[in-house]
Structures are given as structure tokens and as C-alpha cells.
Write a protein that binds this ligand. Structure first.
Ligand code: 5GP
Length: 113
């Protein structure tokens, strides 16, 4: 069972966020420490720790998260953006509730650090 994370508290409405979207399956909100002029997160309401824990049953949900993030990006008139999913501590994951970063508004570097 996932421990109560800061994102679970956001889903529960216990702590505020700059919400961009909410539906039955997910919520999207601006990152509190933006790493680009546009930086928002899309997270499932289902408490999944990371991609590692996803099963085939989560396939539609994963697609939905990407679709919603892209819809938000396009609604912001963005044409270029980067999506990032950190999985595990070594990758840089700090909040153990699955989330997709959408970053835009500046030139991105490759390879990522
Ligand atoms: P990770 O490093 O796990 O891939 O990304 C976690 C992200 O969550 C970070 O970019 C961090 O700035 C963001 N974050 C952490 N706590 C909060 C919070 O309370 N509110 C919001 N909006 N973002 C948060």
C-alpha cells in the first residue's frame, strides 16, 4: 500500500495546488518548484507508487495521463514540450506517487542530467 504522500494530500484537497485539470481518473497542477516557464504534473488518482508498480490493467490510465497532459499543453498554445517520468530514487523520483512532468518554454538539453 502506498504511503500518504504530498500528492495524495493534493488529491484529497488537504493541501492546495494550482489545479489545471481534474477528472475521474487524474488531476493536473503546476509544479511548486518549476524547472521551466511551464512545468506541470499529471497524476493518477489511483495510488500507484511509480511505473514499476503498473500492471496491464493500468494501460488505459497511463494513456489517459499522457493524453490529458498533452491536451493541457496544447491549450496553453505549446508546440514543444518534454515529458518526464522518474521511476525510483536513482532516477530522481522524490514523491512516490506516479506523476508525469510536462516542461516547456525553454530550450531543453539532451542528455538529461
Ligand atoms: P519527482 O522528483 O518525484 O519526479 O518530482 C516531484 C515533483 O513534485 C517535483 O518537481 C516537486 O517540485 C513537486 N512537488 C513536491 N511537492 C509539491 C507540492 O506540495 N506541490 C506541488 N504543486 N508540487 C510539488
Amino acid at each position: 500500500m502506498i504511503k500518504t504522500t504530498i500528492f495524495q494530500k493534493i488529491i484529497n484537497g488537504e493541501i492546495p495546488c494550482e489545479k489545471l485539470h481534474e477528472d475521474e481518473f487524474c488531476i493536473a497542477f503546476n509544479d511548486i518548484a518549476a524547472q521551466a516557464p511551464v512545468h506541470f504534473l499529471v497524476i493518477p488518482k489511483k495510488p500507484i507508487i511509480s511505473l514499476f508498480e503498473c500492471t496491464k490493467d493500468d494501460s488505459d490510465l497511463l494513456g489517459h495521463l499522457l493524453f490529458i497532459g498533452s491536451k493541457i499543453a496544447k491549450s496553453k498554445k505549446l508546440k514543444d514540450w518534454r515529458t518526464v517520468i522518474n521511476t525510483g530514487e536513482e532516477s530522481g523520483q522524490t514523491v512516490f506517487h506516479l506523476h508525469i512532468h510536462f516542461l516547456s518554454g525553454r530550450k531543453m538539453n539532451w542528455p538529461p542530467g
